[in-house]
Design a protein around this ligand. Structure first.
Ligand code: RP5
Length: 173
């Protein structure tokens, strides 16, 4: 591993978000991307958020993935303290109104401080997007993404074979 610093910072509002956000960590691990994981809350530890996020760029971090549930202001607050791209993951927390509170508070940032928002609980997509951003300057990540896509393609092709194996009498192929 070349980098000794994290390229991606994964931040979430509570340890209750971890089961969802671990999907991002697993993908980054699989793709050999260095990362850190921090639990920081925009309303419970606001000064820690400011302190951590304002140092990210100098520490070599290139992309932030931020997940939160409920009235999820954490990704927006992080975006306010850095010019690094922030990818927001809305999380369906236990207090959630079906996830909509989180989706809308991350997605509907007022003009000027955007958060690139993925789908509900879609932490893996956030990690893929982070990898795509990193691959602008490092072709090796693009190659790993191509392999990842190739693996997905193989799975779909194999799934079609399973349908053929069902051997319906009236199925026209
Ligand atoms: C948010 O409130 C967190 O991101 C979490 O999704 C939600 C609930 O937090 P806990 O009460 O489980 O700590 O700040």
């Amino acid at each position: 591993m070349e980098q000794v610093h994290p390229l991606v910072s994964i931040i979430m509002g509570s340890d209750s978000d971890l089961p969802v956000m671990e999907e991002a960590a697993r993908l980054l691990e699989e793709m050999h991307v260095t990362f850190e994981i921090k639990i920081l809350s925009a309303h419970r530890t606001p000064e820690l958020v400011k302190d951590h996020v304002s140092r990210l760029k100098d520490r070599g971090v290139r992309v932030v993935i931020a997940g939160a549930g409920g009235a999820a202001h954490l990704p927006g607050v992080i975006a306010a303290y850095t010019t690094l791209p922030v990818i927001g993951v809305p999380i369906k927390a236990s207090i959630s109104i079906d996830g909509w509170d989180s989706i809308l508070s991350i997605l509907q940032m007022p003009p000027g401080i955007p958060v690139a928002t993925v789908g509900l609980n879609a932490a893996r997509n956030a990690a893929i997007l982070a990898l795509q951003i990193l691959s602008i300057t490092d072709e090796s990540y693009a190659q790993r993404l191509q392999q990842y896509r190739q693996n997905m393609k193989t799975k779909v092709v194999n799934a079609n074979q399973k349908i053929k194996d069902l051997k319906y009498k009236y199925l026209i192929d």
